[in-house]
Design a protein around this ligand. Sequence first.
Ligand SMILES: Cc1cc2nc3c(=O)[nH]c(=O)nc-3n(C[C@H](O)[C@H](O)[C@H](O)COP(=O)(O)OP(=O)(O)OC[C@H]3O[C@@H](n4cnc5c(N)ncnc54)[C@H](O)[C@@H]3O)c2cc1C
Length: 369
Amino acid sequence: MSIDTIKTDILIVGAGPSGCMLANTLIEAGKDVLLIDKHNFPRHKPCAGGLTPKTVNLLPFNINHLKQHDSEKMLFKFTNGKTVDLNHIEGACKMVVREDFDNYFFDYVTSKGAKYLNNKIISVDDLNNKINVKTNKQDINCNFLIGADGANSTVRRLTTNLNFKNPVFAFEGLIDKKACKANIPTKFVFNKLGYGWVFPKNDHYNIGIGNLVYDPSQPKPKKKDLFKFAQEELGTDEIRDITGFPIGTEGLDYIPSSKKIYLVGDAAGLAETLLGEGIYNAVVSAKYLGDAIVSSATHDEVFNKYTNFLVGMKKELSLYNRGSKILYKKQRLSYWMLKLFFGKKFMDGYSEGKTLSEIIKGKYPFPSI
Ligand SMILES: Cc1cc2nc3c(=O)[nH]c(=O)nc-3n(C[C@H](O)[C@H](O)[C@H](O)COP(=O)(O)OP(=O)(O)OC[C@H]3O[C@@H](n4cnc5c(N)ncnc54)[C@H](O)[C@@H]3O)c2cc1C
């Protein structure tokens, strides 16, 4: 072992919401945790910054100081130009600026005792007793390696055969409110592959466009589509800070490759394909894995508990996939479904902090640990 080798019980690669949620669960139970991230914080992550109430309920801290808007009113526009307008006093989405949210979460867990290194993972050796991880700075020796490193996960690439069969990609940018004539509520404008969005914040709108359905016969969204979308919806194309990133949605195929190596959040492909919400599944998967590690005596037990959670997660993801196929491919039907009965049910359910299974089947999708 080289003198530059660090030892830790649990190594988490990636300090986004999934990595920080996992670190928090483990630190609270007194575990030895090392977080590494290729970026120092604060850092930008392409994201619209919409947190559903079920996400907010799961977080270990109150987000009131980070919240910039409550989506009490939501507008859904279909390809035929028709709109459905939904309201709930609690708001179905709490709007934050993602950079601020991630930075707060990062400070929260590091101040509680999670160790942090600004390192980039390069290779993984899964040995009999230990895992050896090479980074650009030191080697790290650990009992558990967790990939929380997002949609382009290096841990996934180094340790599994999980591929992108449904490449989902989104662009986002910011428009200052003073450049717009009208005050716009939270807005979703559907197209054949996904949607464009307008998410209000204090002094700006986060706007974006992305595909959620993969259809090789249709052109994928491009930056110029974002300018066109902004002009149509906000009457300006003065967009700043445009960035794009994939969303990890391959979770139906994810099976842990080792009893010592696990993926959470976008690295495991757990974002959903109906509206592209990924932060809830990132934090709920991390919480379950953390609880599994804390409550288990052996690697076998952790594996059984986390794979049991993944069974529920895959059912949930399948439900979103079915919804997505109807929403984007049968827009006339989904317009009427949303207008006549599903719209209120969804708006109420999301605002009350429910998962999709709870809204549709009245049942929480995940097992108890
Ligand atoms: C444009 C856009 C808009 C979105 N809007 C929303 C939204 O409004 N609401 C919502 O719920 N979801 C949204 N999502 C999805 C959401 O951003 C993701 O699901 C969520 O960020 C996943 O969290 P995570 O912790 O798993 O990964 P990430 O947030 O991607 O964090 C991964 C971390 O790993 C680090 N990392 C990556 N590679 C390495 C490496 N090799 N070595 C070390 N560190 C590494 C990264 O620097 C990063 O800090 C959006 C996605 C996009 C692209």
